[in-house]
Design a protein around this ligand. Structure first.
Ligand SMILES: Nc1ncnc2c1ncn2[C@@H]1O[C@H](COP(=O)(O)OP(=O)(O)OP(=O)(O)O)[C@@H](O)[C@H]1O
Length: 376
């Protein structure tokens, strides 16, 4: 059995139903078999219908039967990776104002998710717009490895940019998706099935017959992702896709984007910006922290590896008590909400053991030794 199918079966066994249904949709799409895709869509609808009232016993049976059939075309599940865009020392200075994006180099490959994090006004959007060839560079060079003639037209078909503010559309959500697929050459039955697929995959089915005015900003973001994915871009750039989403939706959209990047049907490179450091670090292959227009830290960068172990801690005890437990092996800072503890000798596991042994109540503990959070 293919690894990916076994993984989905394990989600089902452990009642991670929502994740299993989303992954079944992805796996069926990768078979390129419309009848399996239609079955997966029907299965997802069944899940939505019964998820609150309790799933019928036939649910797991039909999931396993569908998975077995998908497994028979498992040879299609090969991940491909190829360079998409390479930025060499690109920089941008606006003609007005005093902001400059300092020279930065990065590469996005098929299947990669690259996160750009940083606080407001530090240059994330500027960097994304440079990567999307929307801004004239002050210096440096962009290379689109798969484009022979990277003019405006070719670039527009190669990459999709989802801005922070989703532009208004007219008419019904579903009709816009049909149109978007049609202009990318998806016609007839395939158009119907692909739109139904995107509606299910992005949780949009209940909103299919609504207009722009009738749906919330979070669902507008989902709509825009669905619309763009129907056009099968090679490189997807998203500016703050999490900004309008609730906490659960943030995590599921990020996980979904990661799965989509590695899809066989349309493998993509994904570049996204966000202020949600932890969430992005969980799913991105590489995260760059931008501060005042410069790349301050990139995950995995050896030369900037932490010289101390650092953790974040939320507890009701006072700083003195923590310092007592650490017995000169750590420093403690407080930001009003939680403590940041650094130690040259105690890795996170040992620090946690010490705190637990001393009976310190802990409501939050996170190892940020290798996180961009250390630099904020
Ligand atoms: N067209 C422009 N002309 C002049 N300055 C600009 C222009 N666009 C952005 N800036 C300035 O560049 C700086 C960086 O803005 P940018 O939007 O790239 O940051 P950001 O990190 O994406 O911020 P946010 O998280 O708030 O979206 C800001 O000081 C902004 O005012």
């Amino acid at each position: 059995m293919h690894k990916r199918i076994a993984e989905i079966q394990s989600y089902l066994q452990h009642n991670d139903h929502s994740l299993a249904v989303r992954r079944i949709l992805d796996a069926s799409l990768d078979t390129a078999d419309l009848s399996l895709l239609k079955e997966a869509i029907a299965f997802s609808r069944l899940y939505r219908q019964y998820k609150d009232a309790g799933l019928p016993p036939a649910f797991i049976e039909s999931a396993n039967s569908l998975l077995n059939r998908i497994d028979q075309v498992a040879e299609r599940f090969t991940e491909r990776t190829a360079p998409l865009v390479t930025a060499s020392q690109i920089s941008k200075t606006y003609s007005s104002g005093n902001f400059s994006l300092q020279p930065i180099s990065l590469q996005v490959n098929t299947g990669d998710v690259l996160g750009i994090v940083g606080e407001n006004g530090n240059g994330k959007t500027t960097l994304l717009r440079c990567m999307a060839a929307q801004l004239a560079l002050t210096s440096g060079e962009l290379q689109f490895a798969q484009l022979e003639n990277p003019d405006h037209y070719e670039i527009k078909h190669h990459l999709a940019f989802i801005p922070q503010r989703i532009p208004r559309w007219f008419g019904l959500l579903k009709d816009n998706l049909h149109f978007s697929a049609a202009i990318s050459g998806v016609k007839g039955e395939e158009n119907e099935v692909m739109v139904d697929f995107m509606l299910e995959r992005l949780d949009l089915t209940p909103y299919a017959h609504l207009t722009w005015n009738q749906i919330s900003s979070g669902y507008r973001t989902r709509f825009e992702i669905a619309r763009i994915l129907l056009q099968k871009p090679k490189l997807l750039i998203l500016d703050e896709p999490l900004a309008n989403l609730d906490i659960n939706a943030q995590q599921s959209i990020l996980t979904d984007l990661r799965f989509m990047a590695k899809s066989v049907h349309n493998p993509m490179g994904i570049l996204l910006s966000s202020q949600q450091l932890h969430e992005v670090e969980k799913i991105a292959d590489t995260v760059l922290l931008i501060k005042k227009g410069s790349c301050l830290f990139r995950t995995g960068e050896q030369e900037k590896t932490a010289t101390a172990f650092v953790i974040e801690l939320e507890t009701t005890v006072k700083r003195d008590q923590l310092l007592n437990v650490l017995a000169a092996e750590g420093e403690v800072q407080f930001n009003g909400g939680f403590y940041t503890v650094s130690s040259a000798t105690l890795p996170a596991q040992e620090m946690l053991a010490k705190l637990v042994t001393a009976g310190i109540p802990i409501s939050y503990f996170r190892d940020i030794t290798h996180s961009t959070k250390r630099f904020i």
